[in-house]
Structures are given as structure tokens and as C-alpha cells.
Write a new protein. Structure first.
Length: 286
């Protein structure tokens, strides 16, 4: 979510044309004749901050998420050493219910450089996890914290190595807010299975095929995820229409998965009990 405060405000001021120019200047090889795909619709995921709910509510929330057509549940990394701690109990309930429903669990970035907590978490839940984010919006961290690319790439690599040690079947994910940091993207992509782009603004949808091809070229991957996708507005119609148009664009461009932000946290971005929830449910149907 750093992107809402930093990079997207920057991108919005630049405008679509300038964003395109910057992509070219980044040294990317852009295929402007990007071919639209006829592949199946992308898998849909939802960001769910289950730790904010009471334990008894988690089961019904997951059942509704499943009914809405979501296949992936993206959750925050939360850990406590005490197995009887409420957070651990909630995580146990979530993991078990997701398994029963056939929902794939996608864990978001672990606490930075707390590798001990990551290992303990994986000791408990590695067999229940399908995807794990090794670094979130690496370029936003680069711009905000002035961390050098090598440092961020090393962090992503270390997280990925620990995750694979516990379960080599977990797919590792690295997300970016723009495709405009070639060295950073290339170095991190070496150590992950999936690269993702976060989308919150119209200018990003307008230039999406070029942004996607740039990220593919820099990362050497065959496809991408949309790691976060949402529209911050209290206008239900505007939010639902933005999400519908985005999903159509992503499907036509062969995106593998789209993670919607979010279920019911963050005012304006939440979709539960809003038109966007119905729109996504309808869109997900065959």
C-alpha cells in the first residue's frame, strides 16, 4: 500500500504518455504489437485481514469469499510463539478452512529481516500455503527508504530460500508498483517464481499492455500477476466499473492471477457488501 502514498501519485502526475516515455527510456524492449490472449480468465484472489475478525467470523467470511468466485486468499503475515495466542488460533482456523474449501493461501511479505519468525511460521503452516510473497512493492521501498537494489534483492532471495527449504512447492512472489526500475526487477526476478504489478490508477490501466510487456522483458517471466488491484472510492458505481474494466484488460492480456484489494479493510477500497462484490462474482462465472 506504499504505492498509494508514493508511486501512484507520481505516476498520475506524469500521465499516460510520460509513463510510456519513461518505460522506453528504462532500456526495456517493448513489443508495441502486444498480442491479446484467448487464455482462460485469471485466477481471482482477495486480500483478507482475518486477524481483525473474531475467530468465529473467519469461517463464514471464507465461505462467502469462495461463493463469490475467489480462488486465492491473500493474508498478512502474523505470528506468535504461543500456540494458544488468539492470533495463532485464528491462523489455525483460517488455514484449515481454506484447505476444506479448496482456497489457496497466499501469505504476504514477512516481517523484514526477522528470519527466525519466518522459519517458525513455515514450520507450522508450510504445508497449507500455495504462494508466499518474498518482497512487497520493492521499487516503492527503493524510492521511499533509499535502499540499494542489491540489498532488496538479497532480502527477497533470503526469504525465498527459507520458504523453499520448508516447502519447495510454494510459489514465491515479488511485487512492483511500476516496471521502471530495470536493475531491481531483473535482480529480484532471478529468485522468485512469480512477478506481480500493483494497479490502482486509471493511467496504469491505460498503459497496461506496455507495462506488462516491460515487466516480462525485464524479469524473463512468461506471465505476471496483478499483486494488488483496487479502486479507492466511496462511489460504488465508479469502483465496480474500474474493477470490471481492469479484469477484462487483464484477461485479454493473459494475466495469470489478480489479487483484489481488499475484502473489508481500508475505507474506499473494501468490496464486501458493495456493488464491486456483485460485479466480481458475476465476472468470475464461466
Amino acid at each position: 500500500m506504499n504505492i498509494l502514498r508514493i508511486c501512484y501519485a507520481f505516476a498520475s502526475r506524469l500521465g499516460a504518455l510520460t509513463l510510456l516515455v519513461l518505460a522506453v527510456l528504462s532500456g526495456s524492449v517493448l513489443y508495441l504489437s502486444f498480442a491479446w490472449h484467448t487464455s482462460p480468465k485469471p485466477a481471482l484472489g482477495i486480500v483478507y485481514f482475518y486477524d481483525r475478525d473474531e475467530t468465529y467470523m473467519i469461517i463464514s467470511e471464507l465461505e462467502r469469499i469462495k461463493e463469490d468466485g475467489f480462488q486465492i486468499v491473500s493474508i498478512p503475515f502474523v505470528w506468535h510463539d504461543n500456540p494458544k495466542d488468539p492470533l495463532r488460533v485464528k491462523t489455525d482456523v483460517l488455514m484449515e478452512k481454506c484447505s476444506q474449501l479448496g482456497l489457496k493461501v497466499y501469505v504476504r511479505e514477512p516481517w523484514q529481516e526477522n528470519f527466525e519468525a519466518l522459519e517458525k511460521y513455515l514450520s507450522a503452516y508450510a504445508s497449507k500455503i500455495s504462494y508466499f510473497q518474498v518482497i512487497n512493492e520493492a521499487d516503492a521501498q527503493f524510492f521511499k527508504e533509499w535502499r540499494v537494489p542489491g540489498e532488496l534483492a538479497s532480502l527477497a532471495q533470503k526469504n525465498a530460500e527459507i520458504i523453499k527449504k520448508f516447502n519447495p512447492n510454494i510459489k514465491t512472489v515479488a511485487s512492483f508498483s511500476t516496471p521502471l526500475t530495470p536493475t531491481l526487477i531483473a535482480r529480484i526476478a532471478e529468485h522468485v517464481d512469480i512477478v506481480a504489478l500493483d494497479i490502482y490508477e486509471q493511467v496504469q490501466l491505460d498503459t497496461f499492455p506496455i507495462q506488462m510487456q516491460t515487466l516480462l522483458t525485464l524479469s524473463g517471466k512468461d506471465t505476471i500477476w496483478i499483486g494488488e488491484f483496487g479502486y479507492a472510492s466511496l462511489d460504488d458505481q465508479a469502483q465496480a466499473e474500474f474493477i470490471r474494466k481492469g479484469l477484462d484488460i487483464f484477461a485479454k492480456n493473459g494475466v495469470e492471477a489478480v489479487i483484489i484489494w481488499g475484502w473489508k479493510s481500508f475505507v474506499g477500497l473494501n468490496i464486501k457488501d458493495r456493488l464491486a462484490e456483485t460485479t466480481i462474482k458475476t465476472w468470475s462465472q464461466p
